[in-house]
Design a binder for this molecule. Structure first.
Ligand SMILES: [Zn+2]
Length: 310
């Protein structure tokens, strides 16, 4: 089927309402891996196509891999168009390619040539998985991917100042991809005033958090260090001792055991007497029975054991 109007060797100008782009994306994402389709509604004048609305092809046969415009699809589309857009035209169609990129398959070009053969009709394709999109239109009797797509914002011209509205501060749901992360990725030099303000609040919180974590960390290290030292290093235990005045021995006052031999003073360098005094001391040791009664005191062996403990 040939284009009805005079063929043009240049691409048409395509102007799409941003709301239409949004609706197509939403429609495509709503059905995951299944292809969806619909028609574009708008005006076509002087090689300029303006897309103002779209109608979902609700009854499209989506059983196969490719969308199909069935009789039911067209009936639904015309019913909606006559009711909502009686003065507009069908300026093309859209469909999704979930996960397989932007192109027109043979099946797609068949649909375009048979149902959208006017030079003012385009084919919009959107991949909801890669977020790619593209549009194809008539150049002469060929179908080409369009180089330029103008997206217009109907609310353009609204004053930006004095809206009196503020952005949610900690609404994570409202900001699923934090812009500051993107800004950081793209370079530290990117600075956005609002984000700076947000970040200073964040910085205070995270600084406090870091301080608390550091304190707990140091405490934990200290505790580990002390317990290690307790088990690894030998300990010095202070034991009260009594000096037996007769024997010169150091005696544990609780158990009466001899803790240490006396340090014998060297009497005048006479070795013989030294040995004699040594003998005396041994005899004294036996006479150390004086401390015997003390030793004989009922002493719980537990104490002894406690003492013997390292
Ligand atoms: Zn396709």
């Amino acid at each position: 089927m040939k284009p009805k109007a005079k063929p043009s060797a240049t691409q048409p100008t395509l102007v799409v309402d941003s709301e239409v782009v949004r609706q197509i994306r939403q429609h495509a994402r709503s059905s995951g891996k299944t292809e969806i389709c619909g028609v574009l509604i708008g005006q076509d004048r002087d090689h300029r196509i303006e897309v103002a609305a779209c109608i979902e092809g609700q009854n499209a046969d989506e059983a196969g891999a490719h969308v199909t415009f069935t009789q039911d699809t067209w009936e639904h589309i015309y019913a909606v168009k006559d009711k909502k857009y009686p003065d507009e035209r069908i300026v093309g169609w859209y469909h999704s390619h979930p996960g397989f990129g932007i192109f027109l398959s043979d099946h797609d070009t068949f649909i375009h040539r048979n149902f959208f053969s006017s030079p003012g009709q385009v084919a919009w394709v959107f991949d909801p998985q890669s977020d790619e999109e593209g549009c194809f239109g008539w150049v002469g009797d060929r179908i080409e991917r369009l180089t330029r797509i103008a997206v217009v914002d109907r609310r353009g011209g609204e004053p930006a100042e004095g809206s009196g509205r503020s952005e949610p501060v900690s609404g994570e749901a409202a900001d699923p991809v934090p812009e500051r992360v993107i800004a950081r990725r793209e370079g530290a030099r990117i600075k956005i005033g609002r984000l700076e303000a947000d970040e200073s609040a964040d910085r205070d919180d995270s600084a406090l958090e870091r301080l608390v974590i550091q304190v707990f960390f140091y405490l934990a290290v200290l505790a580990v260090g002390f317990s290690l030292a307790y088990f690894v290093f030998p300990r010095m235990v202070l034991v009260p001792v009594m000096l037996d005045p007769r024997t010169g021995q150091l005696v544990d006052p609780r158990t009466g055991e001899v803790v240490a031999e006396p340090r014998r003073p060297d009497p005048g360098g006479a070795k013989g007497t030294a040995s004699g005094s040594a003998a005396g001391s041994t005899s004294g040791n036996s006479g150390g029975g004086a401390s015997g009664p003390e030793a004989g005191q009922p002493d719980p062996s537990g104490k002894k054991g406690d003492h013997a403990k390292p």
